[in-house]
Design a protein around this ligand. Sequence first.
Ligand SMILES: [Zn+2]
Length: 251
Amino acid sequence: MKIKRQKHAKKNMGFYKYNFGFREPFQVLLDGTFCQAALRNKIQIREQLPGYLAGATQLCTTRCVLKELESLGKELYGAKLIAQRFQARHCSHFKDPVSGSACLLSMIEGGNPHHYFIATQDEALATKVKKKAGVPLLFIIQNTMVLDKPSAKSLASVQAMQKNQLIPEHQKLSIVQLKEEQGLVKASEAKKRKRKRTGGPNPLSCLKKKKKTQETPQPSAAKKKRNRKHKKQKLEAIAGTMQSGPQNVET
Ligand SMILES: [Zn+2]
């Protein structure tokens, strides 16, 4: 059972890494219901999840989830203590906190740009998460954490993307295209890098410098030769007058 579960997780993780650009550390957003289920089933999330997902994992939640757990009182006190140990991510409800499920849904808006996993036992939230492409879903069943298989929405979006591709085998291109479709920042960064490459070094200036260094010694060497010739001629002329001088005296 364990090996089968691990195999499924590996396959599903590959799907999200390859098609949606998921990278370590994996960002897992947990809600109160998941923490409560972990507590009941004696699951150590922090110790077990990295092994199951086969990679470094960042456990996080939101202020709205924590506020909701506080408001629910004694029954969820244990779950609140677990959730408080996670990193509290900023959400857009700073002044007016909303329900945990509404908050987590807001965190994956716009194509899940931060590559969040959603960990919840809330079925209503889970069905809403499944309607968005590229959001892995974690839940607890029979005392174990399970990474849900990719949703129909995720599969459809990958198929649509592959149809639009001119080169289907090109993995890098597919990721760039997907990021651009989902309006991520990284696509614009890639464009900036390309611009830098084209405008960077000036090959013409380099060539000119080389030519100059090659050309300059040649004329100088020629000049030296000329100078030598001039000096020789002058010396010969002087020698000539010296010779002719005494000759004139003799005659
Ligand atoms: Zn919130």
